[in-house]
Design a protein around this ligand. Structure first.
Ligand SMILES: [Zn+2]
Ligand SMILES: [Zn+2]
Length: 114
């Protein structure tokens, strides 16, 4: 004879040990009461973020660098003088004059090749 009418009592809240509200019967059973749930969710989220940062220091560094809009010193490919360039930028010349000079150089090279 099985006692179907006496379900096992729900486990206590994993946070405070208090009684859990009865679940709706769908989805995963609850582990925390409504008082503990927001707090533990925030802690777990912060903990996950902290672990992710530990595992991905380079990603964190590049993210911070992008946010800070840092510039890096690169060397102009035309006049070879160093200049500051935003980390996101891709241009390789220091000035408008050098950009024009490089374009002239390329056009001349194309004419010679043809
Ligand atoms: Zn609780
Ligand atoms: Zn230049």
């Amino acid at each position: 004879m099985r006692s179907l009418n006496a379900p096992p009592p729900p486990p206590p809240c994993a946070g405070c040990g208090g009684p859990l509200p009865s679940s709706s019967g769908r989805g995963r059973p609850r582990r925390y009461c409504s008082t503990c749930l927001p707090a533990t969710a925030a802690i777990e989220k912060a903990e996950l973020a902290r672990r992710w940062r530990q595992l991905n220091p380079d990603r964190v560094a590049s993210y911070n660098a992008e946010r800070r809009e840092v510039t890096s010193t690169v060397v102009c490919t035309v006049c070879a003088s160093p200049f500051e360039r935003p980390s996101k930028a891709r241009h390789e010349v220091c000035s408008h004059e050098c950009a024009l000079a490089r374009r002239r150089e390329r056009e001349r090279g194309r004419r010679d090749a043809a």
